[in-house]
Design a protein around this ligand. Structure first.
Ligand SMILES: [Zn+2]
Ligand SMILES: [Zn+2]
Length: 347
């Protein structure tokens, strides 16, 4: 067996082991093989938060490196994208919430993790989506339904929306029915005329950026609430918010992304002022947004801005928190004296 085959076998056998990947990256670097950079970038992106300020640039960089590499190799390095290397591309279904959670579990609830798939910014469906956003920004349309007429194979290749959606200031209805999205960028908060939001049956979309609360005209939403962290019926836990990194991942100093430096600048989810992101003030809050109570991820500049957050929705956790298998929404049975307090919570 060649040395390289041994590395790939070890990674395939234990895809979560960062150390083997780093040793393999060094081995590739020593041979001036550009794939060493791919391995490191992939590690970096799976280590940083999904809402990280440099994620977009990092994913674009990775997309460029990925071009022309063998699908067989990429499948080993990026098992979370393996369905995209099949012919035809296979849509993938979320496995975050295995079965329905028992509201009062006897055993410890397993932790959930964010979806880590990076967006391939070099694939055709993504490029078409970006063009559509530009078109819509120019023609000032009021309904934006970028996935209408898009095949399920093509949808599977779109896991987020471009930051340019912030230009869609005339759009009143954003329709994302049946998407494969795993995150929405904070720029959605710039869609100031948004009245109606329909991400219905986007079953991999488990959370939203706090910035969505800036859409002051938003009145109507159709969200598949069973897919939400802290959902009112099944009470799945929230992913734990580490200061920027996922638990148990490689040390940031070993990674090539700019984003691993702790002093990157981003804008506060609450006051919108730029601040040096130490990732110390990231919290979850459950708030009513239009028709639904959504789990919102706040990335704030300070304790003061955390303190300025509104009171969480009635019957939901009444505090902001950093998530954890042990931090869960109040049980239905404890939430009120009525038979089903969720049905008419009067908000
Ligand atoms: Zn999921
Ligand atoms: Zn702030």
């Amino acid at each position: 067996m060649s040395e390289e085959t041994a590395f790939l076998q070890a990674i395939r056998a234990n895809p979560d082991d960062d150390t083997t990947r780093l040793v393999y990256a060094d081995w590739l670097d020593e041979r001036d093989d550009v794939r060493g950079q791919v391995v490191r970038l992939h590690l970096a992106l799976r280590s940083v938060a999904p809402d990280h300020v440099h994620r977009v640039a990092g994913e674009h960089e990775l997309s460029l490196f990925r071009k022309g590499l063998s699908h067989e190799w990429l499948t080993v390095i990026e098992p979370e994208r393996s369905h995209l290397y099949e012919t035809p591309v296979r849509p993938v279904y979320c496995k975050c919430f295995p079965g329905l959670y028992d509201p009062q579990p006897k055993q410890k609830v397993p932790p959930v993790e964010f979806h880590i798939e990076p967006q391939d910014t070099e694939c055709e469906p993504w490029k078409r989506l970006c063009d559509l956003v530009e078109e819509a920004a120019v023609d000032g349309r009021e309904e934006f339904a970028p996935l209408r007429g898009v095949t399920s194979e093509e949808r599977a290749q779109i896991v987020t929306l471009p930051q340019t959606i912030g230009k869609l200031t005339k759009v009143k209805h954003l329709l994302l029915y049946g998407s494969h999205l795993v995150r929405i960028p904070p720029e959605i908060g710039e869609m100031t005329n948004l009245e109606k939001f329909t991400p219905y049956t986007s079953y991999r979309l488990h959370w939203y950026p706090y910035e969505i609360t800036r859409c002051k005209n938003l009145r109507d939403s159709t969200v598949s609430t069973r897919a939400l962290y802290g959902n009112r019926n099944y009470h799945p836990p929230f992913p734990r918010l580490e200061p920027g990194m996922h638990a148990g991942r490689v040390e940031p100093t070993e990674l090539p992304l700019k984003c691993t430096k702790p002093d990157t600048v981003r804008r506060c989810s609450v006051c919108d002022r730029p601040f040096k992101d130490q990732r110390q003030h990231r919290v979850w809050i459950s708030l009513r947004v239009a028709t639904d109570v959504l789990p919102l991820l706040v990335n704030a500049c300070s304790d003061e801005c955390i303190g300025r957050l509104p009171t969480p929705a009635k019957h939901y956790l009444q505090v902001t928190h950093r998530g954890d298998p042990d931090v869960r929404q109040p049980h239905t049975t404890q939430a009120g004296s009525r038979g089903d307090p969720w049905e008419s919570d009067g908000e």
